[in-house]
Design a protein around this ligand. Structure first.
Ligand code: NI
Length: 170
């Protein structure tokens, strides 16, 4: 299964608010789509990937933070943030901004609701890296990248780095 190209910062698909998924309409295509998304994410050792990162503006993301070194794949269809608490400033990166890392403030604990790959609703709480991944991947579906959370001056610095790095992106 060949990995798909990952869209990069500056491409319009990453700035759009994605459309809700009509599960029944996508049901037949979903297994193949997810297989491609997992292959794409694992090929670059990512811990999350959102549909806009493969060029699709639909509310679908995948996450596998491999807790304790063991794979635990999560599919998030039409995810919603139910609650969030606390604050944590940690380094973050994104497959759509290769080579760029910045410390971003996120809620330290969140609870989400989503549909799984079978279309069944579930709720899940996450702390630490999982909480961060939930927020990062839901942001992608709202057209936001992690650098959008940076204060103005820091964002300017990062934009300079991006200009330099962009030529190396494919
Ligand atoms: Ni990302």
């Amino acid at each position: 299964m060949p990995a798909l190209r990952i869209t990069k910062q500056g491409e319009p698909v990453l700035k759009k608010v994605s459309q809700p998924v009509d599960y029944e309409a996508i049901r037949e295509k979903l297994p193949a789509l997810l297989k491609d998304m997992w292959a794409t994410m694992y090929a670059v050792r990512g811990v999350g990937l959102a549909a806009p990162q493969i060029g699709l503006n639909i509310r679908l993301s995948i996450i596998d933070i491999k807790p304790g070194g063991k794979s635990r794949p999560l599919v998030l269809i039409n995810p919603k943030m139910l609650s969030s608490e606390g604050e944590l400033r940690e380094e973050e990166g994104c497959l759509s901004l290769p080579g760029i890392y910045a410390r971003i403030i996120r809620a330290s604990r969140v609870r989400i609701r989503a549909l799984d790959a079978e279309g069944k609703p579930y709720e899940m709480s996450g702390e630490g890296l999982l909480a961060r991944a939930f927020q990062h991947e839901i942001d992608h579906l709202d057209g936001k990248l992690f650098i959008d959370h940076l204060p103005f001056e820091e964002r300017l610095k990062v934009m300079g780095l991006i200009r330099d790095l962009k030529k190396t992106w494919n």
